[in-house]
Design a binder for this molecule. Sequence first.
Ligand code: ADP
Length: 720
Amino acid sequence: MMTSPPDQVAQELAALGAAARLLHDDDPLHVRLHRLFDLLREAVDHRDARITCWPQSARPGGARQQFYSADAWPYPWDDGLTRTVAREGVIARRVIALGGGGAGGGRLPAARAAYLGAPIRWGGRLWGVLELRAEHADGLRSASDDLIGGMLPLLAAAIAEEGRRRSDLPTGERASDTPTGLTLRAPDKQRLVALNSSLDAPIDLHDLLSLLLRRALEASGAEAGAVALVDHDQGELVLHTFEGFADDVGVGMPSGPRQRWSLKTGLAGQAALGGRALLVRDVTLEPGIPGAGAGLRAELAAPIMIGDRAAAVIILSSPRSDAFGEDELSFVRALCARVAQPLSRAMHYQEAIESALYLGQVFSSLPTGLALIDINGKVLRSNPAWDLLWGLHGHARHESFHVSLDLIAHLLPRLHEPLGLTEFCDRMQRSPAQDLMVTVRLQHPTQELEVRAVPTRDSKDQITGRLWAVSDVTRERESDRVKGEFVSIVSHELRTPLTSILGYTELLLSRDFSPEERQQFIGTVYTEAERLSQLVEDLLGMSRIEAGKVKLNRWVVSLTNIVYELTTQLNTSLMNHRLLIDIQGEIPPVYADRDKLKQIIFNLLTNAIKYSPGGGEIQLRIHEAQASTLPEDHPEGRWVVVSVRDQGIGIAPEDLARIWERFYRVDNTNTRRIGGTGLGLSITRALVELHGGRIDVESELGRGSRFFFTLPVSNDLARR
Ligand code: ADP
């Protein structure tokens, strides 16, 4: 028994008084004990302290709670010693060996320390054990048995009060009664140190969270665990990684990754909102907390705080209600604190990846053709629409595709004005900082593409190349032009026949004419009405084709029969023309819509007559195509070629590509005199293409033209 000098007695009595007051407080037990630890530190020179207590059962080894003083020593406590003190029932002072291969403290240097263990007994029952350690073997001298002994009944009262309060609670332990987790056992400290470098390594969010969960499961001995990210905007948790849950997981723990649940449901949400770790020993006794799954009882949830907001929550579960205590809570808290910074980095990385992926998806799915081009014109990246709009497939795409070389070379056979695109590429080189635009007109099929090339810059504002954006403006341009042409066609083509019809009928009504004169006037009225009717027919035909309403009624058709019918029909219009029919060899039947085919040939023949006002020879030639004579991009198979040649006015090269457009009429003195709507050829071409064939023209101004188109041989199609 140690005796104390008088002023120490006074000090100790004061300390005891203070201890009595704070232990009698209304605060939770852990708060009171930590204040007691602070008080002890003032009164007794020691390194660290621990209180082990059994609030509800006096059995050492039963459900216990442990509280550690702040700033704990890394050497682990010796539970065996605690049990001895509990068993012997008297204050024990020892010199103990620490570290250097001793249990749990293997990697810490060996040391000798002073130890004091005091059993907290009252009323023949053991309530707990108070233990102190000092760094030197002869330490703890300042701790008089009077002081320690005086504190024991106060502690017993506090622990007993806690036990009563708990057994009063019908729903078991509340989340707020969680141990503090303020102290970290030495092995857990070491675990954290060992984890240090591995937690810094993963940049990938999934890798990091999986590692975190694995370590938390290992250290806590939990049977199941999960990590959820906090979506503050939606007020929800998003399950990210989980392990060990049975298939029939409860509402508190959704069953698949990316599952969401409200922050207001469950312990994890409370931990995230409150910004602190929570522990419930038996969720089945907590009506407010949905269980994580069948058989799971204990649940520990700890937030990972980035700044003052929870970014994620670790959830650990176990079927054992005593699975988690002070040690587990301390470790998980420390782990969460340690992982905050790597988590923040991994989340930023994930965000960057996701936004790059998102932009990539937008890039790929836009209907505008996009290509990133470096300063030299090399395509670095392009989207599917880019290939589609330029008609680039397979061979045209290679590693170092170059716009001014490869693209122009690829388009050359179709480019209306090759110089336009070449000059555009030159301008791009000359003024790299300028926004540029060009319209590229292609033929076979006709296409008008608008290309915009805007400079791209890096983060230092240096020009890195250009973004080419290509859009198909064929329809817009066509409809603009058509609107204009339509008005002029209508004003001319409708007004001319209408004026004659009105004029002649007025004349006929005004007075009597001789039968011959009447016959002549009525004949003119009839011709003009026919012209009007043809115009209306063409307009309707065109709009039906455009609306996709024209359906072919295809069958096996003999071209020879059609030619015979047509020549009989046309005989009257052939004034000073000679019609020559040239059918080469045995022409196989074609697979076509008879009426539409007649319309096609009729249109070509009437044009040949119309546009050779001086007369001359009109040749209709039919032969089976040699595969080698078909254009390269022509569909494969057996084809018949029908051509109509005239010796008329011909077409200038610059008009050749445009005569297929709606309402397009070559504008010269000849054509103005001849009249027409500019619809015939566009209807003809649409009908040929509906049959799967192609139509083209060769012409020389002043010498005549040859229109020719292909039709599929019926046998061939029947075989396919
Ligand atoms: P339309 O004959 O009613 O004007 P088309 O669409 O049939 O309309 O022809 C469009 C244009 O093509 C004509 O305006 C004409 O300038 C030119 N064209 C068509 N066929 C011939 C031809 N056989 N010879 C010369 N020019 C032609």
